[in-house]
Write a protein that binds this ligand. Structure first.
Ligand code: ATP
Length: 251
């Protein structure tokens, strides 16, 4: 589904990604790990066309992503969440979720309050989808609340709901369990495992929580200083001396 080849991104003197390459097959759940500053979020920013790569290629479902304008990424079925929640504090939970459907034609605009004639049916379908996603993620009871003042774990689920309403095929999760309690992490892992098949998702997860990422992913890619230093099944990557050294400073 996704082929990343020899990707390099520089910010002035910093090489954030240095010739990174890996593939992701349809239906896989891949964990992207690495110490702070390793280049994980930069990789997501390239996949979503937030940043341009200096060199290398990204092919998604056979299409060269570097030729796709940023606004068209969601239409291709790619959605992401953000490390620091990217919610709109003055919108309700429901409206925050509907923002994730902006690319679903005129119905998306209508739901966002822009009155256009003749799209009532699509708009009803969109609201039915919003109801289903809110219900699936246990957010129905707070759908009318502003997206401030709610528990952090709830806001993380709102972000996930906003990504899901866009009907993605490839879901990019940036530190989805960062800041959650141990029981919330377990709950999130259970939910993600279930929605993955319900929504027919391929998932890449950036995460520092090793128990979570190693438990839920079939394959792990580890970056360090912008380079891929290991790739393989969780057990193998966890034992890799290079990975241990990157995290602990000693093998
Ligand atoms: P963390 O786990 O701390 O979130 P990360 O692996 O996601 O780290 P990135 O955020 O991708 O790492 O950063 C990789 C490197 O690129 C870092 O040195 C960072 O300071 C730098 N960097 C990232 N974005 C920018 C930017 N917009 N401008 C300048 N430097 C940047």
């Amino acid at each position: 589904m996704l082929e990343v080849h020899d990707l390099t991104v520089r910010f002035g003197g910093i090489t954030a990604l240095d010739g990174v390459g890996f593939d992701v097959g349809r239906g896989e759940m891949v964990g992207l790990i690495g110490p702070n500053g390793a280049g994980k979020t930069t990789l997501f920013n390239c996949l979503t066309r937030r940043y341009d790569a200096d060199s290398g290629t990204v092919t998604y479902e056979g299409r060269d992503l570097t030729a796709v304008p940023p606004h068209a990424i969601a239409e291709l079925g790619i959605a992401r969440t953000f490390q620091n929640l990217g919610l709109f504090p003055r919108l309700s939970v429901r409206d925050n979720v509907l923002v994730g459907a902006h690319h679903r034609g005129r119905a998306g605009f209508l739901s966002a309050g822009l009155r256009l004639p003749g799209v009532r049916r699509e708009e009803r379908a969109l609201h039915a989808d919003a109801d289903a996603v809110l219900d699936r993620l246990g957010l129905t009871g707070v759908s009318g609340h502003l997206a401030t003042g709610l528990p952090f774990g709830t806001l993380k689920r709102v972000e996930l709901a906003r990504a899901l309403i866009g009907r993605p095929r490839l879901l990019l999760l940036d530190e989805p369990v960062n800041g959650l309690s141990a029981s919330e992490v377990d709950e999130f892992a259970g939910t993600l495992g279930a929605i993955r098949s319900e929504y027919d998702l391929t998932v890449i997860v950036v995460e520092h929580h090793m128990g979570f990422v190693m438990g839920i992913c079939e394959r792990i890619v580890c970056l360090d200083f912008g380079r891929k230093i290991a790739e393989g099944p969780p057990g193998e990557v966890q034992r890799d001396p290079g990975v241990i050294e990157a995290y602990l400073g000693t093998a």
